[in-house]
Design a protein around this ligand. Structure first.
Ligand SMILES: Cc1cc2nc3c(=O)[nH]c(=O)nc-3n(C[C@H](O)[C@H](O)[C@H](O)COP(=O)(O)OP(=O)(O)OC[C@H]3O[C@@H](n4cnc5c(N)ncnc54)[C@H](O)[C@@H]3O)c2cc1C
Length: 518
């Protein structure tokens, strides 16, 4: 489709609705052969190619001018080989599709937190799963990659065939349009997972207890996340959590739950208002983190944190917790380490993550005017952690352009001159396909236990039929539908290149996607 076609605005739309991408054409290949035809077409007309599975990370792509956007969303076949323990996913397959197909055979994949992130984009970028501390990056569990190269050739890269290309594709940048990927599966049917919820006023004591858990040498089977959530005051959101803010600890554990329970005891002793940790089938893990399950307008960014001494956590709580000047929908610290941090000889370009924690902060941007304050608050959180930032930035959590030299840990920055350097700016397709990555309100606040804050009231939140996080997922989905309906009008104005009327963000969508805690 080209801009003159009816429906072009819908065709160019990314999963992240805040991104206004304007390619010269959008193509929807249905097969690997279609991809090859599209590549040759783009070459003939002097266009670049940008492959996009969902547009979850469309932001860093920038404005893809002189570019054919190749949306792979129609390439959705998934096949499971339960004997070889392999899943083959075409380029447009979403994670939940693999997770559910694998679960039907009693198997699991190294999926991320979101059910509708693309398998290919996630895996090429590294693939940080909640099982990663035990099994490592998803990209190191790839058996083969099928792709179309810049000259239109269809190739299959694996350890025996095109081994250098296979090495480089897994974390080294863009070397073609991937048409399908083969992933190793694991014989796991259930995990012990869920969330402990506390009022946000207990930010410091809860996150310090969580930090101690992560620094007490927990088993690789246990992954935890410390996180702030600010839920918007929309009617779709159930009353117990509507418009409220929480500090939460998520836990994901494989195997016998007893050791994990023991480690979590100090957190449980703090008296969460809701404790939803239970044995769950593997597909439930795709919803536990409560990521939005449909397109949303958002702005976010991440940072890798080398270490987390108590003062680092204090700085984080100060800007992102109860005292945040502009509460974001979600600000999280994921505990890494374990197998994620152990490079092995058989690993690929991105062998490991050289940081102990990953921070990601995100806010909803239902109106363009909210972009600046959300971006500023994300930056404030990053600035607070900057002194403890790792040298290495994880590609999948980079939603702004970064220095390519920082994206592959521990490697010389020798570029793509035939050596195995990390420069992923220069690709056969020019800068487009991965060029997105290539190309304080500090107030002194004592920790609650230091200032002798009395224990918070322990009114429990109970949900009769579902766990609280399932309620929140449903509510957030309803919220994003509302945002989307409203955004539809705004985008029509925004994308027609007419100037938008200046508005006070507070009046734009007073009850949409932003918490009004203050
Ligand atoms: C809500 C949410 C939750 C997330 N959770 C996690 C998580 O738990 N762990 C984690 O590691 N990451 C996570 N991410 C980050 C996510 O993995 C990246 O944004 C990833 O790039 C998304 O891939 P995609 O294909 O869905 O997105 P897209 O924006 O479509 O693709 C991202 C990039 O991948 C490349 N790409 C996509 N398809 C192809 C192809 N066919 N051929 C060649 N290159 C291609 C392109 O460079 C493209 O710009 C999350 C992101 C979001 C928004």
């Amino acid at each position: 489709m080209i801009p003159e076609h009816v429906g072009f605005d819908e065709a160019r739309r990314a999963w992240n609705l805040a991104i206004d991408q304007r390619p010269s054409a959008v193509m929807f290949p249905e097969s690997a052969q279609d991809v090859a035809t599209a590549v040759l077409f783009a070459r003939e007309f002097g266009q670049q190619i940008a492959a996009q599975g969902t547009g979850h990370n469309a932001g860093p792509l920038g404005s893809p001018e002189n570019t054919v956007l190749l949306k792979t969303e129609r390439m959705r076949r998934v096949t499971i080989d339960p004997v070889a323990l392999i899943a083959r996913a075409e380029a447009g397959v979403l994670w939940l599709e693999v997770v559910e197909a694998a679960a039907r055979h009693g198997l699991a994949a190294l999926a991320g937190s979101s059910p509708d992130v693309g398998v290919v984009g996630y895996t090429l970028g590294g693939g940080m799963s909640f099982l990663g501390r035990k099994y490592g990056l998803a990209g190191n569990h790839v058996r083969a990659i099928e792709l179309v190269t810049a000259d239109g050739r269809l190739l299959r890269a694996d350890r025996d065939s095109e081994p250098d290309l296979f090495w480089a594709l897994r974390g080294g940048g863009n070397f073609g349009v991937v048409t399908a990927i083969e992933l190793e599966l694991l014989a796991i049917t259930e995990a012990y997972a869920g969330i402990l919820w506390y009022p946000i006023e207990r930010d410091s004591e809860v996150l310090h207890a969580w930090r101690e858990l992560t620094q007490g040498d927990p088993p690789d089977e246990l992954t935890t996340v410390g996180r702030f959530l600010n839920l918007p005051p929309l009617p779709e959101i159930p009353e117990p959590v509507r418009g409220k803010s929480f500090v939460i600890v998520e836990a994901y554990h494989l195997g016998n739950p007893a050791p994990a329970d023991q480690l979590r005891a100090p957190l449980r002793a703090l008296g969460p208002v809701n404790d939803a940790i239970a044995a769950v089938p593997m597909p439930a893990l795709s919803h536990t983190h409560m990521d939005p399950e449909q397109p949303v307008p958002s702005t976010g960014d991440g940072l890798m944190v080398d270490q987390l001494p108590a003062q680092t956590l204090d700085a984080f709580v100060e800007v992102a917790g109860a005292g945040a000047q502009f509460p974001l929908l979600s600000v999280e610290l994921r505990h890494l380490g374990g197998e994620l941090r152990r490079p092995r000889p058989e690993h690929r370009a991105l062998a490991s993550l050289e940081a102990d924690y990953a921070m990601f902060a995100v806010g909803m941007v239902p109106a363009p005017e909210l972009e600046a304050p959300v971006r500023a608050q994300v930056q404030t959180v990053k600035d607070a952690l900057a002194p403890w930032a790792a040298m290495h930035m994880y590609l999948n959590f980079a939603e702004t352009k970064r220095d390519p030299a920082t994206l592959v840990p521990g490697r010389p920055t020798t570029g793509c001159d035939g050596s195995r350097g990390p420069s992923i700016r220069t690709t056969s397709f020019g800068q487009t396909t991965r060029s997105r990555r290539l190309t304080g309100n500090k107030r002194q606040r004592a920790r609650p236990h230091e200032r002798g804050t009395p224990a918070q009231p322990r009114s429990k939140i109970t949900t009769k039929t579902r766990t609280l996080n399932a309620v929140v997922v449903t509510a957030l989905n309803a919220t994003t539908r509302t945002c989307r309906e409203r955004l539809g009008d705004r985008r029509a104005t925004h994308s027609s290149a007419r100037p938008t009327r200046a508005r006070n963000p507070a009046h734009a969508f007073p009850d949409c996607c932003i918490a009004t805690r203050k």
